[in-house]
Design a protein around this ligand. Structure first.
Ligand SMILES: [Zn+2]
Ligand SMILES: [Zn+2]
Ligand SMILES: [Zn+2]
Length: 137
């Protein structure tokens, strides 16, 4: 049984690294279902949460309140720019944010402060498509 769970978790991790941007457990489960892996949605949820807890995946909440995951290229602390239409994700460093967060925490007597800063918007390509759609309506 433990063996089987390990295999499933590995498969979820692989599927996650095949995806370009952030995905929800549901859409990753849908991809796995196409491959007839027989992995259930609950297993996908658990596997993703486990990967995120171990730092093997990034997790964040979309503005719609959905948990999204991604196998990140960078293992150190970083931020993301995410297209809310196509999911394109750019990993960014933000030294201004690091300094501001540190300063603000210290000014309020907080130590070991952590922060999550991700920027959602439309990438250049999606913005162009949307502009075109608006013109034709
Ligand atoms: Zn990342
Ligand atoms: Zn886009
Ligand atoms: Zn930061």
């Amino acid at each position: 049984m433990a063996q089987r769970n390990t295999w499933q978790r590995e498969r979820v991790r692989e599927a996650l690294s095949d995806v370009q941007g952030f995905v929800s457990a549901q859409s990753l489960h849908a991809r796995l279902r196409e491959e007839n892996t027989g992995i259930g949605l609950a297993t996908v949820y658990r596997a993703l949460a486990g990967l995120a807890a171990r730092g093997d995946a990034d997790s964040l909440q979309s503005p719609e309140g959905e948990n999204l995951y991604r196998a990140c290229l960078t293992s150190t602390h970083h931020h993301h720019l995410i297209c809310r239409s196509c999911g394109l994700t750019v990993e960014i460093e933000a030294s201004e944010v690091e300094q501001w967060a540190h300063r603000t925490a210290a000014a309020n007597g907080f130590t070991e402060a952590e922060h999550i800063v991700d920027i959602f918007g439309y990438c250049a390509r999606c913005a162009a498509t949307r502009a075109k759609e608006r013109d034709t309506h």
